[in-house]
Design a binder for this molecule. Sequence first.
Ligand SMILES: [Zn+2]
Length: 486
Amino acid sequence: MGSGSHYFSHRSCYVNFGEHLQNHWNVNLFYPGAPNRWTLEDWRRFLAMLEAFGFNCFEYWLTPTLYDRPALDGGGTCAEFAATLRAVTDAAHALGLQTKLLCAPNTIGPEWFFACPNEAEGMDLIARLWRRWMRALSGTDIVGIFPGDPGGCNRNGCTHETFVDLALRLAEVTKRENPAARVEIGTWGTPFSGWGADLRETPGWDGSWAQVIDPKHATPEAPAHIWNGKPARAQAAMEYLLKRLPEFPDDSLVSINLGFSPDGDATMGGDARGWAREVARIRPITTWDYSLDEGELVNYPHWRLPRMSAHRREERAAAPYIGGMSYTMTPKLNLLTLYAAGRFFADPDADPDLVSREFCAQVFGEEHAAIGELFEAFEVVPGWGHYPRRQWSKEMLVAKYRELGERLEAADTSRCSLPLFPDPETYRQDLLWFARRFHEMAGANPDRERIRREYWAKSLAIYDAIPMSADPRAEAAARQFSQILV
Ligand SMILES: [Zn+2]
């Protein structure tokens, strides 16, 4: 699994450990004294699992909490984060993996302030922070210059062109501080999320996150603060990127999805396939299909395998993509998804049901390969990127969850042949926890308030010890979990 021929040469696993996505199955890298810290040994086991599953890159977000003035002084949490990620990068390299950091260069601090590159003070802060972090994380193999979400600007005349100009300048800084690094220019939504007309007009906007997401500025044309660019806007942005792209370092990459919407569809900014082919004539392209494997906030064992393999086949047909990315905010829970993502990079034609059974046979024993089929019954939670293959009646779900629970109780993980992180027994217990609660919620008279409290304690208790994020959606996640199948 770790070697052999792969269709896609760049196979990245992105763990989003952002401020708003902290949970029991994620890693806490910037709240000392709070739960969910990983030791270096934990990291080694996680990276070894990725390598065994066929990934060759570990990707992470240099979150706004770290990308702030205290980093310039080099102390405290920022220094600790830098030391940890340097050790993680060394551990990744020892396994033959690369590391990639993503940063939205104008999104500053835990309050997510959007600095303006057209203001001298804003540009100075961006440049100093970028240089500081490029130096501190100079072993990183790929540096993703990400437009936003959060991030971007439309103050002081900033447009989609501002992002490209800024990316050019920061690519130069990156190459100076870390000559071996490849730059990846992100296009994300519209494209160039948050820049210029993609960002909602907010009268008198001071650059604060709180003000830009204030629903009082919502209009029928711009219901959300980003994702407001139409295909004509995407065309203008892509034409400008194509014009400037030859000025980027020769080994730069561009991430561009099949479509300029949150799900890679041809809505909002439209169909991106033609642009992907144009970009690929100048620099290699990858996808960054965020919601393909997993959504945000409500954590559960995902099963999006048919859609995952379908996207890989579409990418293969559409443009000369060299790879893509699998995102997770639950790296210690969604192990089947990670396994399958690795399989589909290697073979986009692999059968999702067989891949699912194959994984479960290796983890729970050949006699419980059927757990691989039962997993699909978990994929019933509406949310970002949720496109279920089939509809289930509640009666059918009750039966499926019961069988799943029985099989998980009976399974012996001591002969697991995959190098899982966490250990297979912890994984089995977590799946059982979900199977029992889904079983109750599909049945008659579930105690949803008790389930809400249990989910908070299991998944989100870290927020009892850390500040709620500038994006406070985690607060609603426990309630949303308790309303599954309502
Ligand atoms: Zn601006």
